[in-house]
Design a protein around this ligand. Sequence first.
Ligand code: COA
Length: 169
Amino acid sequence: MDPSRITLRPFKLTDADDLLSWAGDDRVTKSGRWKSLTSKEEALTFIEQMCIHHPWRRSICIDDRSIGFLSVFPGSGDERHRADVGYAIAVEYWGQGITTAALKMGIPQVFDDFPQVLRLQAFTSVDNKASQRVLEKAGFTREGLLRKYICLKGSILDVVVFGLLSSDS
Ligand SMILES: CC(C)(COP(=O)(O)OP(=O)(O)OC[C@H]1O[C@@H](n2cnc3c(N)ncnc32)[C@H](O)[C@@H]1OP(=O)(O)O)[C@@H](O)C(=O)NCCC(=O)NCCS
């Protein structure tokens, strides 16, 4: 994959068909809190409510077509110095370094957009080796194992926590 084809940009309603093709795939959504989408109407609502109104959710694009997302959700109050990172891309693009490239692209933008954020953190299930590798390749530090930490789609999971400080880069 030529890295110049990979971009990050805000979602648009015109992404609905492309978004449905990956956000409607259980293999892509299994690690997320939302269920796979099943119609263009759901995709349009999702883009409007969950992407356009999200504090920082970007479409990962190839040649400007949406193939996934990268999200950063800053905390509030006493947690405003840290932000949670999440991402997913379409199965046909797995294993080509695209998420790592997108995350590396997004990190400086996030620290720029949220000067109060000093720490990015991500939680991956212990089984999600691909996601752990993405975080390592993007410069995050593996900080520890949190047992029975997250309830995801009815399962209580052990997770690995990764962190990256603005002062790390
Ligand atoms: C996790 C995910 C985003 C990775 O995206 P990707 O674009 O394929 O990631 P990259 O190609 O940048 O890097 C993947 C790395 O994981 C490695 N990997 C993949 N599967 C692996 C496995 N089962 N065991 C060990 N390493 C694995 C790849 O070899 C690659 O590492 P390398 O470059 O050192 O060879 C993608 O699989 C996905 O969308 N999964 C579903 C959603 C998800 O799990 N999101 C994260 C929630 S925490």
